[in-house]
Ligand binder design. Structure first.
Ligand code: GRF
Length: 211
């Protein structure tokens, strides 16, 4: 059984997709140990509670320095001891010591086709604003392992989504969630839980015959 901790900052629709995936059997061999948020008011914490999953708030605001938060956050993850940490709309940069402690065991969902529209400053609605500003016709979402960089770790899965002429950032965000994020992230967790992917030379490889 793959034990996961899901880190969230806001609405938690990606968290919901994971919980629904487990409930309906699309995600197997997986148990959510806890949901961690930097935001006590996150709807995602409410979703965890409704599911009987412990919700934990760890905010940089509650620590006297960023270093202290980084250590506190890492200590909490180590205490929970998950097999996998899932960043599902978590707007806090993961401390290097947490990346080291959970090497290739932290995954993130990003709402664009990395390496486009990612890195510092590209989060939430801003990603979709930039996509529309640039006028690209195809965007999408990416699930990747987390390393010390920003949106730079090995890519696990990507899914393309068409951009339409009349899109607003909000409309595009919704389409990317519905057509890509809510499918990709639960599937990546299921693939990891069932040993269908592995790392070869710093790249993610899918076991033959497991598409
Ligand atoms: C998602 O678009 C995710 O990719 C991005 O932030 C959003 C979070 O949405 N990083 P939600 O909290 O899962 O509803």
């Amino acid at each position: 059984m793959l034990k996961i901790v899901v880190c969230v900052s806001g609405g938690g629709t990606n968290l919901q997709a994971i919980l629904d995936g487990i409930d309906t059997g699309r995600v197997t061999n997986t148990e959510v140990l806890a949901v961690v948020s930097n935001n006590a008011g996150a709807r995602a914490l409410q979703r965890a509670k409704e599911h009987g999953i412990p919700g934990i708030c760890i905010s940089p605001k509650d620590y006297e320095s960023r270093d202290a938060f980084n250590q506190g956050f890492t200590d909490e993850l180590c205490r929970l001891a998950p097999d996998l940490v899932v960043l599902a709309g978590f707007l806090v940069k993961i401390p290097d010591q947490a990346v080291a402690a959970f090497s290739n065991r932290i995954v993130n969902i990003h709402p664009s086709l990395i390496p486009s529209f990612c890195g510092v400053g590209y989060y939430g609605l801003k990603v979709h604003e930039k996509v529309l500003e640039r006028g690209v016709k195809v965007t999408g979402a990416t699930v990747h392992f987390v390393n010390e960089g920003m949106d730079e770790g090995p890519i696990i899965a990507q899914k393309a989504v068409m951009v339409e002429d009349e899109d607003t950032p909000e409309i595009l965000q919704k389409r990317v969630m519905e057509q890509a994020e809510w499918i990709l992230l639960p599937k990546a967790i299921d693939d990891i839980a069932n040993g269908r992917i592995s790392m070869v030379d710093d790249k993610v490889r899918r076991k033959a015959g497991t598409e």
